[in-house]
Every structure is written in structure tokens, then in C-alpha cells.
Ligand binder design. Structure first.
Ligand code: HEC
Ligand code: HEC
Length: 532
């Protein structure tokens, strides 16, 4: 079975960014050159239909990553020849003219943001077994086609991978019959080509995002950061990016890079920060005043966190974006830093949290000394016109510790494919109104420093002593997997895969509280396309 090879994929994951950049900077309008490229590179196999659309291509809508993967498949499977610049311009053109509206991607952004360990919310179990056992369900839910086009898509699957019918969860049912009748019908209803959301969205002009922005983010294992981004429009939705970031722990990360805005809201940036190559996948809000999503290392992309940008400077909406640290204990006097835009006027930290002293203030940053009393719960923080709903959590005591993520995977590696680490955080909770830990009414306080240990999860892991072989955890909660391949030191010379219990111990006023997560350490992923 032909498959993607690793070097091509490595190019692919950054492809949309790098080559698209060159292409959209070209003088010819991206729209027009897109049509020219379609005719030159695609129409030899895909006819123009009577209504002017191109067969197959004109009958589908998808994300930038979806279009890029599609073109990659045309190159690998059907020998299409296309330059990097043309491919970038085509991804831009197709995403702009046949993309998805913000409401159509909202539930599935985790796959674009390359978040790991996500449990997908699939409409029903049958659809999951049929269409989400080789790849994510989000890959399907991020495409729009009518029933007849979903049928053709099923034909491509069966033609390309005839063994599908005979695999587990394929031979217990009439897979092909379902895949070519019921499933396309259902998908055509759930995800049709035409939608009001898209019709309304595609008519809008893309916003100009040039200017300065306030940045708030988090790097699990290191902590929160804040700072400034300066975006410089270069035409055709391409931008130069400069970032100046400051971590709450006192360290800095500056850098620059480039970005493209697809479909009027899909922000894709590649920024080198403090020597590290990062990718940033964000969705721009409808008004163009905010963008949010995830930033991550280009490799390994399991390392990264949430990021939010809000427009700063003249005319920007006033807002409190974050309070560092985001929690204060009742009876405690602490230094709190408010971050945001347009922070003028009176400061209010919510009921029973007094501002004892203003240490310093600017329109972006206010440092105060504050004392909390009263009852536990979230407080809305205000500075003049700027508001931060639930920006500060007042707590009386830490009742329990949870490890986040509660369940995830890491991958052994070395040689051709680097290992994929997993990053954990210890998060403090209050029990909430019912006084019972571990349920939905628990109140999240925030991340706490912890001591980390690795144990076996379950009897089978204990029998093979996975904890000894699968890897080790650092005291910042970073699990680093062991090398790939058979290990003669293990029973049956098995590899270094494992089923582990990751435990965080947090010192809470002299008492040690613990939380545990499950980590599956598994084998390498040899084929790692932009949408898993
Ligand atoms: C050499 C012939 C050839 C060329 C040139 C070609 N394709 Fe295809 N394309 C195919 C074939 C065959 C299929 C159906 C099988 C499949 O999906 O792989 C297909 C299917 C597709 C589909 C439907 C895939 C799906 O998800 O169901 C899209 C979209 C597409 N091509 C886009 C393109 C684009 C864009 C180009 C130009 C960059 C292109 N093709 C050039 C042969 C070609
Ligand atoms: C036997 C494994 C398997 C099953 C079952 C499967 N797929 Fe796929 N699917 C694949 C592979 C492999 C690819 C191609 C991956 C690539 O291009 O990187 C793919 C690609 C796709 C794509 C992206 C294609 C493109 O170029 O735009 C979509 C959408 C998709 N599948 C939907 C479905 C749906 C809907 C079903 C259920 C009817 C399904 N898949 C069932 C293996 C599977």
C-alpha cells in the first residue's frame, strides 16, 4: 500500500504556510491565479461541468489542511505535478472560495490544532465504527458534500483500500453496503455542500489584521505567558509576525515569522520563538478583534498550549484578558497582575477582594496587592471599561488534585521518527457545593507545582513492569518516552510500549494531595497527515 513518506509529510505540515506565503505574495490576484492553476494542473482529469464548476473539486468544501491533504494525495496517488508555489496558491484559493464557515468548524478545531488525547463527540456509534476507526471523525465532519459526492468518496476508500471490508469492525457488518448507501445519505444530511452559514460567510471581506495585539497564552510545564504581537499585512492575506512574550516565571521568548489568513478567519502562523519553531492555529472572531486557538512546537506538536490575541492600540475594545496568578486564597494577601487592553479607571476585583495597594499601572498591565475574604467562587475583574468575567478564582482550600490531561498517549521513538512526549499539569480543585470530589460541580482553582512519579496502570502493566521501561517523567511533568524497537531485557522481547499511571503530588499547607492520569505509551505514527 503506498503511503505518505516522512520527509514529504514534514514538508506538508508546514507546507500551507511556507509555500502559500510565496504564492500569495505574487502580483497576480490569488483568486484568478487559483482558477488558472486548476485549469493547468487539475482539469486534465477533472472536467469542467456544464455549470462551470470542476468535477469533484467544485463539489466539495473543506479546510485549508483538508485541501492541502487532498492535493498531496493527487500528487502521491495520481502523479499530479505541481510546484510548491502553485500548491500554496491553490490551497488559498480553494479555502477562500470553497471553505467552511466558522460555525462549521467550531466543534472540530481540536484536530486542526493538533490536540492529542481527545475523545471525539461522534453523532452515533455506527458512524464512529464506519468512519472513525482508521482516522478521526473530525476529518469527515470538516468536509461538506452532497450525498452523491459522499458516495464517490466511499468508492475512493474502497478502491484505494480494498481490505477495509475484511478488517475488524468491517466484516461484522455489510460494510460496503452501508458505506455506499446509508452512510453517504446521513453525511449528506449532516454535512451538505450548501449551507446558510457558508453562503453568509463567503460574502464577507477578509478583515485587515495589521497592527498591534495583546497576547495571553500558556505553555504546560512552564506556565502562563503574556506579551505583544505586531502583525504587518503584506497583501493577499499574508502577514509578517513579530512576538515579544514574557512568562510569569520571569523568562522571555521573542521571535518572528509569517502567517496567512485563510477563509477570512483561519489564521495559520509559523513563528520562531526563542529559537524554537512553533506553529499557531487560530480562529479570528467575527468582528476581527480577537483570535484564539493553540500554539505548538513544530516537532513534537504534543508540546504547546492555548493562546489568545486581542487587538490593542487606538480604538481597540477594552478588556481584561487574564490575571496572573488566576487564583487567590481567602485570608491571603497576594500580588496579582491584570493583563489586557485599555485598563483605565477604577479597579474592582469582585466582592470581598480588596485592592490594598496599586504597585504599578499602564493601559496594558496593572500590578496590585490584594486580600481575599468572603466566600469562595469566581470573581469578575474590572478596570474602568475593561472587564474580565470570572478572571479571578477565590478559594478557601484545595480539596483535590487532578492531573490534566486525564488520559493521553505518548509514542516511543528514535532513529527515523522522534519520540512523542506528553506534558502533564497538576490542577487544584475545590469540591464545590456538594462537598464531594471528582464530579462536575468541582471548581477549578488552577495549576500547582507538583512532584511527579510514574507507576504501572493495571495488572498487565505491572506484570511487564511497563513503568521501568516505557520512559521517564521530569519534575516539570514532561513524560519522555523510551526508544523504539524490541527490548531483549523485557519479557518476550516486547518493545517499550506501556500502560502507565502518572501521579502528581502537591503540597497543600503541609499535607500531600495526589492526582493520577493514565498514559498509554504506544508505537510510532508513520503516517502523520495534517488532519489525523
Ligand atoms: C492524473 C489525473 C488527476 C489529476 C491531474 C488530478 N486528479 Fe484529482 N482525482 C483523480 C482521481 C482518479 C480521483 C478519484 C480517486 C481519488 O479520490 O483518489 C480524484 C479525486 C479528486 C477529488 C475528490 C477527492 C475526495 O476527497 O473524494 C478532489 C477534490 C480532487 N481530485 C482534486 C484535485 C485537484 C485540486 C487537482 C489539481 C491539483 C487534481 N485533483 C488533479 C485524478 C486526478
Ligand atoms: C480502513 C480505514 C478507513 C476507514 C474505515 C475510513 N477511512 Fe477515510 N481515509 C482513510 C485513509 C487511509 C485516508 C487517506 C489519508 C490521507 O490522505 O492522508 C482517508 C481519507 C479520508 C478523508 C480525507 C480525504 C480527502 O482527501 O479529502 C475523508 C473526508 C474520509 N477519509 C472520510 C471517511 C468516511 C466518511 C468514512 C466512512 C464511510 C471513512 N473515511 C472510513 C482510511 C479510512
Amino acid at each position: 500500500m503506498p503511503r505518505f513518506n516522512r520527509p514529504l509529510l514534514r514538508a506538508l505540515s508546514v507546507f500551507v504556510l511556507s509555500s502559500g506565503m510565496a504564492a500569495v505574495a505574487a502580483p497576480a490576484g490569488a483568486q484568478q491565479s487559483g482558477e488558472v492553476i486548476l485549469d493547468a494542473r487539475c482539469s486534465s482529469c477533472h472536467d469542467r461541468l456544464a455549470d462551470g464548476r470542476i468535477s469533484r473539486i467544485g463539489e466539495i468544501r473543506k479546510t485549508p489542511e483538508g485541501w492541502d491533504m487532498n492535493i498531496a494525495r493527487m500528487i502521491i496517488m495520481h502523479g499530479v505535478e505541481i510546484t510548491s508555489e502553485e500548491r500554496g496558491a491553490l490551497v488559498k484559493h480553494l479555502s477562500d472560495t470553497q471553505g467552511l464557515a466558522p460555525s462549521e468548524t467550531r466543534d472540530w478545531r481540536y484536530i486542526l490544532e493538533r490536540r492529542s488525547g481527545v475523545f471525539e463527540d461522534i453523532p452515533d456509534e455506527d458512524l464512529g465504527v464506519m468512519c472513525a476507526r482508521c482516522h478521526s471523525y473530525a476529518r469527515t465532519a470538516l468536509q461538506r458534500r452532497d450525498e452523491a459526492e459522499w458516495v464517490k468518496h466511499a468508492h475512493f476508500h474502497q478502491g484505494q483500500w480494498p481490505t477495509t471490508e475484511y478488517q475488524a469492525l468491517g466484516r461484522d457488518r455489510n460494510w460496503w453496503e452501508l458505506a455506499s448507501t446509508q452512510v453517504p445519505k446521513r453525511l449528506g444530511e449532516l454535512y451538505p455542500l450548501q449551507s446558510e452559514a457558508w453562503d453568509n460567510w463567503k460574502a464577507r471581506a477578509a478583515p485587515d489584521l495589521s497592527g498591534s495585539w495583546r497576547v495571553i497564552g500558556n505553555r504546560p510545564g512552564k506556565g502562563a505567558f503574556q506579551g505583544v504581537a505586531v502583525l504587518a499585512g503584506k497583501g493577499n492575506d499574508a502577514y509578517g509576525v513579530k512576538m515579544f512574550l514574557f512568562y510569569a516565571d520571569g523568562s522571555k521568548a521573542n521571535g518572528e515569522g509569517e502567517a496567512i489568513l485563510y477563509t477570512g478567519y483561519e489564521w495559520r502562523a509559523s513563528v520562531t520563538l526563542d529559537g524554537e519553531d512553533t506553529l499557531q492555529v487560530m480562529a479570528v472572531s467575527a468582528g476581527g478583534g480577537e483570535m484564539s486557538g493553540r500554539w505548538f512546537l513544530e516537532d513534537p506538536d504534543s508540546i504547546g498550549g492555548d493562546i489568545v490575541l486581542a487587538r490593542a492600540g487606538k480604538g481597540a475594545a477594552a478588556r481584561i484578558m487574564a490575571v496572573f496568578p488566576p487564583h487567590i486564597r481567602i485570608g491571603e494577601t497576594a500580588t496579582l497582575t491584570l493583563h489586557g487592553v485599555g485598563l483605565g479607571g477604577d479597579i474592582d476585583l469582585g466582592s470581598d477582594v480588596s485592592v490594598d495597594r496599586i504597585v504599578s499601572r499602564s493601559s496594558d498591565i496593572i500590578v496590585v496587592e490584594a486580600t481575599a475574604s468572603g466566600s469562595p467562587g469566581a470573581r469578575t475583574v474590572v478596570a474602568g471599561a475593561a472587564q474580565g468575567p470570572d478572571a479571578l478564582m477565590v478559594y478557601d482550600k484545595v480539596d483535590s488534585i487532578r492531573v490534566e490531561p486525564a488520559y493521553t498517549i505518548a509514542r516511543v521513538g528514535g532513529g527515523a521518527i522522534a519520540p512523542v512526549p506528553a506534558q502533564f499539569e497538576a490542577v487544584a480543585f475545590m469540591d464545590g457545593p456538594d462537598g464531594v470530589p471528582g464530579n462536575d460541580d468541582d471548581v477549578r482553582i488552577g495549576v500547582m507545582p507538583a512532584q511527579w512519579t510514574v507507576g504501572n496502570h493495571g495488572d498487565f502493566a505491572a506484570a511487564l513492569d511497563d513503568a521501568k521501561f516505557a520512559g521517564a517523567i521530569t519534575q516539570t511533568g514532561l513524560f519522555e518516552p523510551a526508544v523504539a524497537g524490541p527490548n531483549p531485557a523485557r519479557p518476550f522481547s516486547t518493545n517499550n510500549a506501556g500502560d502507565l499511571a502518572i501521579t502528581a503530588s502537591v503540597d497543600v499547607g503541609g499535607q500531600s494531595l495526589q492526582g493520577t492520569a493514565q498514559l498509554i505509551v504506544t508505537v510510532q505514527r508513520w503516517n502523520d497527515p495534517p488532519i489525523r
